[in-house]
Design a protein around this ligand. Structure first.
Ligand code: MRU
Length: 352
């Protein structure tokens, strides 16, 4: 294909270059900033599964790029044959992680566009250009979301965030960290408190890394210090990302988000969620959202080091649900939704 995706000034998590997908290998951060190159959709599926790439919008775009590789890999000579190969790849990519709605959304966007092609050549062209456009759109959406959210934050605010909803969780710029970036770009001085985010430390490995990379004043706390920080006046506001938001305003995000939101409520601290409309699932009920359960070794050790006895039982959910009554506002690229969310979220979609 002739042109590649646009590079943004901050960290670029995933891009399309010379008919290959380039990604930052997030399992190597913060010690090494290394890029991996893939030319096969199975490699992308594996990268999503093993968290080489993670974060809801980033896996949505990665899934789309996976299908772009699949059309190039296919040996089909007819439109029908190519669509069958594409559907096989879609299933493999979709099965990698269940909670973030963006993955299914990204795959569906590509499947719909593929079906409009008349020939294999046209389908290849359409799929690749749609996947690249989704990547570029993701950055624009994050910037609009950032602007919409920045008005909610004051000069000299200290903002707590949980997990990583930054450039590394999107194509670039970030959702929750995009709001923090936009607040700084609007001329306000802000400090950040990042939770470590056990068990696999997206807060310390990724958020602390990316904010330090971009020159923010960021302090790291263990997850267990959320209550202490709020009770001692160290936090003015909270902003986190989301993997799936259902129409009632229930937010599914990294495990521990519910605790942070509950503690914020206890201390009268505004708790915001920043997410694109592609993270909002108007179909699924909160009770039906599948929470990914991850392997026990993430809890019984830190990295390679064992920190628990052999044979111990482990419960390791990757996500939890924060109910709408704990949420001050949902920041999107189309505006900020407030309670009652069923109405306000619907309005944002109508504004689309
Ligand atoms: O398991 P992860 O690292 O993919 O979980 C990521 C999160 O929970 C993020 O907060 C969420 O995807 C929002 S990303 C903009």
């Amino acid at each position: 294909m002739d042109s590649d995706t646009i590079i943004d000034s901050t960290l670029r998590t995933v891009e399309w270059k010379n008919d290959k997908v380039i990604m930052i290998d997030q399992t190597k951060l913060p010690n090494d900033l290394v890029f991996v190159e893939y030319d096969n959709f199975n490699q992308i599926a594996n990268a999503i599964k093993t968290l080489v790439v993670r974060g809801a919008p980033a896996i949505g775009v990665s899934g789309a790029f996976g299908l772009a590789l699949a059309v190039l890999q296919s040996k089909a000579t007819s439109k029908e044959g190519l669509l069958i190969d594409l559907e096989d790849a879609r299933k493999i990519l979709f099965a990698t992680r269940p909670t973030a709605v963006n993955l299914g959304w990204g795959l569906e966007q590509i499947m719909s566009v593929a079906k409009t092609g008349d020939s294999t050549d046209q389908i290849i062209e359409l799929v690749i250009s749609k996947a690249k456009k989704m990547a570029d759109d993701d950055i624009d959406i994050n910037k609009s979301m950032g602007k919409n959210g920045s008005v909610l934050f004051e000069n000299d605010d200290t903002i707590m965030t949980h997990c990583n909803a930054g450039a590394l969780a999107t194509v670039a710029y970030g959702t929750a960290l995009g709001v923090i970036r936009a607040t700084r770009e609007s001329g306000k001085n802000v400090k950040v408190i990042a939770t470590e985010t056990r068990p696999i430390q997206q807060g310390s490995r990724l958020t602390a890394f990316e904010l330090k990379h971009d020159g923010f004043d960021v302090s790291l706390i263990p997850d267990t210090a959320v209550g202490y920080s709020m009770a001692n006046g160290l936090v003015d506001k909270v902003v986190v990302g989301a993997d799936r938001i259902v129409k009632t305003g229930h937010v599914f995000n990294k495990i521990g988000t519910y605790q942070v939101a509950t503690m914020a409520k206890q201390h009268g601290i505004p708790f915001y969620v920043a997410a694109p409309l592609s993270t909002i699932d108007l179909e699924t009920k909160a009770d039906d959202v599948v929470i990914e359960m991850r392997k026990g070794s993430e809890v019984t050790g830190i990295g390679e080091k064992k920190t628990a006895p052999d044979g111990i039982g482990v419960i390791n959910p990757a996500f939890d649900m924060t109910p709408p009554e704990l949420i001050s506002g949902i920041i999107t690229e189309k505006g900020v939704a407030v309670a009652p969310f069923e109405e306000s979220l619907k309005k944002l979609f109508q504004a689309n």
